[in-house]
Ligand binder design. Structure first.
Ligand code: IVH
Length: 668
């Protein structure tokens, strides 16, 4: 036993170290595969020895059971805000005030990038993370410990020679530009509205009641201050930061210490240039008095400390003229107005289009064609119109009217009174068709290489494809006849189409482009039904009986699958040799969750184990066994001579598995 405890300890120490090297130092020592192997080994041992559970274990970063609500906690030292400065003069004034209050000629400052995320406080007792909270109103925040544990760059255990008995440390949680882009791509695939900017995405992730959802968001942290520390004396803020670094915390590498106010202003100019090339967004620079005794002496107002100021960057806004409003038609027929702008450079990027979302938005902002408008770009986000510059209106501006007919096919459009969206009513509209075909061939769906936007455009406009099933009728001669298409490229596409024919049920469902059915929902349905036949005969109620599927989605599914045209299209696809692999079952979301949340019903006689052995096996992997089949049942395990439970399961479309599959599922 003690040997196992030792092994678990060794693995935890090694994984903490590799995690630190990867996420804090950005300097990994081992490959990802080796890291995964160590992690799997630890997960297996911890599973077999639940008595060794530790909240500090590197396995605990996948999130914990959801909370009902957040607890609140009072900050022992208030988390204040910062005063803002917008020009050099504001900064000189700040410096004058500081020197006057202290009665000194010159002060040593430290300048730090001001991250645009969310302030959090982390509390460590004897080197162990025990609590994390949001800033809240500055006096009281919300306890978000489980969520913060999922952030890989937050140390769960501190390292170093001198571990303080108590440490309250503050920093900014954020999402990098790359992380943000990936997150939004995924959300769009799942038909979820994209986040407006990385800050909103980070805020949403930090305030999830289900920390397993937080674990999937690419959150990062930089620490920038100590709130309270016991057992260690520090002289300056720069020394505090170095000390934090030695404990394993991630400190921003662009911090510049021991500088005069003039050098801080110079550094502001440098950072203003650099900011667009940084991997994360910053909205200014924080200038702080370095000496901690001076900080104490200066104190704070009720809102902000007198020893620091945020020198904010100029917003990335510009004015330009709105030349026209075009209307685009998407896959589901939604008409989206797009602003066509006189090209203008905003923060180094030329902007000539901006999203207008829908006609309500245009009314709300009273935007008219010909207006001078203030536009804004936040990081990688699509530019948007902030407001109209009323003062320069001439009266010649024209109001935008949503067309009565689809700008692409001419069919009537309609607007659901509950939705802000206007849609084209023609399901055969070429614009919709193009988008549907593009979606069908896209990465998360049939993933046909070479079938990009331009290609689809040609196929649809030349009439070669009038439903996505037609993709499978394309042959080399037909493709060769297209513009700029050589024999080799045509052959490559034919091969890619052939290769795409082996597809999982989940991807297939996603490819169909059913409204509200993104990758996640498609996977849930595939897991439950296992075959396309089961899905084709299901009714809205059968879909709704599955956890995670609401009535709107269920109705959309029924509508789609009961439509004769869609059924024919599916038949065509199947007839062209598409092979639907049974969807690989997904057990739980994160690592090491085993069968957590899965409910099993046993029926019939199993070959190699008794019922109670099967029950023990399932429970050991985190699953539950119940007596009767209901809509909550995840799987029915059927042995020889099964009873009526099997019939009921079949009727309800619950997946039925055998003993071998059960064993495979329970394997660590
Ligand atoms: S120091 C008492 N340093 O800015 C002063 N704040 O507007 C505490 N922030 O709530 C703040 N980067 O969320 C400090 N390097 C940095 C920062 C920073 C971002 C945020 C922080 C704070 C807000 C104040």
């Amino acid at each position: 036993m003690s040997k196992i405890i030792k092994k678990i300890e060794e693995l935890r120490t090694a994984l903490h170290l590799h995690n630190y090297r990867y996420y804090v130092l950005d300097d990994p020592e081992i490959s990802d595969a080796e890291y995964d192997r160590l992690m799997q080994e630890l997960i297996a041992l911890e599973k077999a020895h639940p008595e060794c559970y530790s909240p500090d274990s590197p396995t605990q970063r996948v999130g914990a059971a959801p909370l009902e609500k957040f607890e609140t906690v009072a900050h022992s030292v208030p988390m204040l805000s910062l005063d803002n400065g917008f020009n050099d003069e504001d900064i000189s004034e700040f410096d004058k005030r500081v020197r006057k209050n202290l009665g000194v000629m010159e002060v040593s400052y430290i300048a730090e990038p001001k991250l645009d995320g969310l302030a959090v406080e982390l509390v460590y007792e004897n080197g162990h993370l025990v609590m994390a909270s949001t800033r809240g109103d500055g006096m009281k925040g919300e306890v978000i410990t489980a969520n913060v544990r999922t952030i890989r760059s937050v140390p769960l255990i501190l390292h170093g020679e001198q571990i303080p008995s108590l440490l309250e440390v503050r920093g900014e949680v954020f999402i990098s530009r790359d992380g943000f882009r990936r997150l939004n791509e995924e959300r769009l695939k799942n038909e979820l509205p994209p986040f407006a900017n990385p800050r909103n995405a980070a805020a949403g992730a930090v305030r999830q009641l289900d920390s397993r959802a937080t674990a999937k968001r690419p959150l990062e942290i930089f620490l920038y201050a100590i709130g309270r520390i016991e057992g260690i004396q520090l002289i300056s803020h720069s020394e505090s930061l170095m000390f934090l670094k030695s404990l394993g915390f991630r400190i921003n590498p662009l911090i510049r210490a021991n500088i005069t106010i003039g050098q801080a202003i110079d550094y502001y100019r440098e950072l203003s240039e650099k900011r667009h090339n940084l991997p994360y967004e910053i909205d200014g620079m924080v200038i702080k008095v370095d000496n901690l005794a001076f900080q104490d002496q200066l104190g704070a107002t009720s809102r902000s400390p007198r020893w620091a100021i945020a020198y904010k960057f100029k917003a990335m806004q510009e004015t330009t003229r709105l030349l026209n409003i075009e209307v685009q038609v998407g896959r589901t027929g939604a008409l989206t107005p797009v602003a066509i702008l006189e090209p203008v450079s905003v923060g180094g990027v030329t902007v000539s289009r901006a999203t207008l979302h829908n006609d309500d938005e245009i009314r709300r902002k009273d935007i008219r064609i010909g207006d001078m408008v203030l536009i804004q770009r936040a990081g990688d986000v699509i530019p948007e119109i902030v407001k109209v510059i009323d003062a320069v209106r001439t009266g010649d501006e024209k109001e935008f009217v949503m067309p009565q007919n689809c700008p692409v096919c001419g069919a009537a459009v309609s607007r659901d009174p509950d939705e802000a969206v206007t849609r084209c009513s023609n399901p055969d509209c070429p614009a919709q068709l193009k988008e549907r075909v593009r979606h069908f061939a896209s990465k998360g769906a049939f993933d046909i290489e070479g079938m990009g936007e331009k290609m689809v455009e040609q196929l649809v406009s030349k009439g070669l494809v009038s439903s996505y099933a037609d993709i499978f009728t394309l042959d080399k001669p037909a493709l060769e006849a297209l513009d700029r298409m050589g024999t080799k490229s045509a052959l490559n596409i034919v091969n890619a189409i052939e290769k795409s024919k082996n597809i999982s049920l989940a991807r297939f469902l996603y490819a169909l482009g059913i409204r509200h059915v993104g990758e996640n929902i498609a996977q849930i349905i595939a897991d439950r039904f296992q075959t396309i036949d089961g899905i084709l005969s299901a009714k809205a109620a059968d879909f709704e009986a599955i956890g995670g599927i609401g009535s709107e989605i269920a109705q959309s599914l029924e509508r789609f699958f009961s439509d004769e045209k869609n059924r024919k299209t599916i038949q065509h696809i199947m007839d062209s040799g598409v092979n639907l692999a049974v969807s690989p079952l997904r057990f739980g979301e994160g690592q090491g969750e085993g069968l957590k949340g899965k409910i099993f019903v046993l029926t019939g006689t199993l070959e190699n184990m008794t019922r109670s052995q099967a029950k023990a096996l399932i429970e050991k992997s985190g699953g539950k066994v119940t007596e009767s089949v209901s809509k909550n049942t995840s799987f029915v395990v059927a042995g020889a001579s099964p009873g009526s439970k099997l019939d009921k399961a079949k009727k309800m479309g619950i997946p039925i598995i055998d003993e071998t599959t059960l064993k495979e599922m329970c394997e660590v």
